[in-house]
Design a protein around this ligand. Structure first.
Ligand code: ADP
Ligand code: MG
Length: 584
């Protein structure tokens, strides 16, 4: 529900086989061990019969006793080994699915994330993959070993009496029709149960991500209800799946009893007309009994697969979300270290086909080096300019060029390596301060870190913290103030040594002293880097080499503060109201 993709695509079993393929020999080995365990078990009665027959003699007793002991030990060892190998293989299948899914989700396009619930995607990696364990062992191995035994038994039955086999298969076919109705219901209920787990994940993520607001709004009872309802729904659907699974198992059992009675009746008539002898009938009835266990196994495999395929379908949906290309082998020129030049040419963009345009033909150029400020009313499309530069989205038409080369021509990771980006809401990740600072450049040396801490005025904070740089900042940096978070985000971007620095209202929460200090730092950086700032303070704007005034998805004017105050009425108004409102 919260992942917006269509239902089509290859069947779930294809995906399962993809995950199982690397482990196919281990799986076959495990299945063979299981079959051998069964065989050693079946041999025991035969040897026992030999032993009893030979009791009158004397020679073979010790041999038979030794053989029996060997069989018992082999049975135990093979059984243990088989179940270990199967379980281990199943865990490897889960591991493979989790790995590929995590890698994929990290590469998701921002558009895909815009349309999904992160908590639901999380549930797909954690909860849905877990279900593949049972599918691998119970379904695949069950179908393999059960199916093999079934075929062998049916062939033997055909040799004993084809007519009675026909009768048996007729009953089985009737049961199959009933199962055909039941089995899809297991799938549907399982799917709903897993979806409800996804809803729980999404709901938990939403609540825990904004716990302060939830508490301050007194919204706990409502959120609690949502969580309980999702849990209840998962229970209800799982119980429904259990009901249909039980019905399926017992349908198979019932079918075998009916087959037994029918064979007895038809076989009795055939004995009466002397079509077969009584020994054949008895043998056939024994076979009908032998058929029971593999049929139960195959039906179990099918019902188990229904649960698994519901999970597989959810995994498949996640894998169908649009993702960015993995770093390809295409060798594109590596961006240099010089400041980058940037140009937007008639860029048209909207966030989705059914949403209005956010950029209606945006055009501007930014020469290498220096500071360019973007101003304009909220909603003008300033943040979107930055999102397009990072290629979180691609324009519908028009060209964005870095150093005269279309952004689409750069390998994505290299393009982003050239850019330092401080988002509008300056997120800080949970972990230590050091983790946060080195996020974009784990190799930065201590001297550089110290220097950047100084320029971003974080050195005082670090020396005050009990564990210095190793202090944990809490989920989303909750242990830091808004201004501190912004400075951490700026320091993080600077440590990347970017050629292009994007600051989106990055100093909105700083006090006047820190803001002035950072302004000097940014001016300093702009001497060797191209700096783009979405500005909200007059002091920043007046310092910029050029100002781009945006309104309603268009560039209205470009110029310096002095020029624009007289030339552009909107700018003059912004300067008079918005900038002055910040106390300057
Ligand atoms: P600004 O930064 O100038 O305030 P934005 O570039 O953030 O403006 O937003 C421009 C318009 O695009 C706004 O109307 C906003 O509602 C819309 N918008 C921004 N982000 C998204 C998104 N992820 N999906 C859909 N619409 C969006
Ligand atoms: Mg913005």
């Amino acid at each position: 529900m919260s992942v917006a993709v269509e239902e089509s695509g290859p069947p779930a079993w294809r995906l399962l086989l993809g995950y199982v393929r690397p482990h196919r020999w281990a799986l076959v080995g495990g299945a063979l061990l299981s079959l051998m365990t069964g065989a050693t078990g079946l041999m025991l009665p035969l040897v026992a019969r030999e032993l009893i027959d030979d009791l009158s003699g004397d020679r073979a007793i010790t041999g038979a006793l030794l053989l029996m002991s060997a069989l018992v030990v082999a049975n135990a060892v093979l059984g243990a080994l088989g179940s270990y190998v199967l379980r281990r293989t199943a865990e490897s299948v889960v591991l493979g699915a989790r790995r590929s899914l995590s890698s994929y989700l990290l590469r998701l396009r921002i558009t895909a994330v815009d349309r999904s619930e992160p908590g639901d995607l999380m549930a797909r990696i954690t909860s849905d993959t877990t279900l593949l364990r049972e599918v691998t062992t119970d379904s695949l191995v069950g179908l393999g070993t059960g199916g093999l035994t079934l075929v062998a038994t049916v062939v033997l039955m055909g040799f004993v009496d084809p007519v009675l086999l026909g009768v048996t298969l007729g009953v089985i076919a009737a049961a199959g029709t009933v199962l055909g109705v039941i089995v899809p219901r297991i799938n549907r209920a399982s799917r709903r149960a897993q979806d409800a787990v996804g809803v729980m994940g999404a709901s938990l993520e939403r609540v825990l991500g904004a716990l302060r607001t939830v508490k301050a709004s007194g919204a706990e009872p409502r959120e609690e209800r949502t969580l309980h309802e999702a849990a209840q729904e998962s229970w209800r659907q799982s119980v429904r799946a259990a009901k249909w699974s039980a019905a399926a198992g017992n349908t198979a059992g019932l079918a075998m009893q009916i087959a037994f009675i029918t064979v007895l009746a038809v076989g009795g008539a055939r004995v009466a007309t002397e079509a077969i002898d009584i020994g054949t009938l008895v043998a056939f009835l024994l076979f009908v009994f032998y058929l029971m266990s593999p049929i139960q196994q195959v039906v179990g495999a099918i019902t188990q697969y229904q649960t698994g395929s519901a999970a597989l379908a959810r995994i498949q949906e996640a894998l169908r979300l649009p993702a960015e290309p993995a770093a390809g082998p295409v060798e594109l020129p590596a961006p240099g270290t010089a400041p980058a030049a940037l140009a937007f040419t008639d860029v048209r963009f909207r966030y989705a086909d059914d949403l209005p345009y956010v950029h209606h033909g945006v055009t501007f150029t930014v020469p290498a080096q220096g500071m360019t400020a973007f101003v304009g009313p909220s909603g003008a499309g300033k943040t979107t300019v930055f999102s397009l530069i990072e290629r979180f989205y691609d324009p519908e038409s028009g060209v964005i060029a870095l150093d005269g080369r279309d952004l689409a021509d750069w390998e994505l990771s290299r393009l982003r390596a050239a850019i330092g980006y401080v988002e509008q809401d300056a997120p800080v990740l949970s972990g230590s301060l050091r983790d946060n600072l080195l996020l974009g450049n784990p190799e930065a040396d201590d001297a550089t870190v110290t220097r950047v801490l100084k320029t971003t005025r974080l050195d005082g904070l670090v020396s005050r913290l009990p564990d210095g740089l190793d202090t944990l900042v809490g989920h989303r940096g909750t242990k830091l103030s808004g201004g501190e978070r912004q400075r951490v985000a700026i320091a993080r971007a600077l440590l990347r040594r970017p050629r292009l620095l994007l600051l989106d209202e990055a100093t909105s929460q700083l006090d006047a002293v820190n803001e002035a200090a950072l302004r000097d730092t940014v001016a300093d950086v702009a001497r060797t880097t191209t700096v783009l700032v979405v500005a909200h303070r007059l002091s920043t704007v007046t310092m910029a080499d050029r100002i781009v005034v945006m309104d309603a998805g268009r560039v209205r004017a470009v110029g310096t503060h002095r020029e624009l105050v007289t030339a552009d009425p909107l700018y003059a108004e912004l300067a008079a109201t918005q900038f002055l409102a910040t106390g300057e």
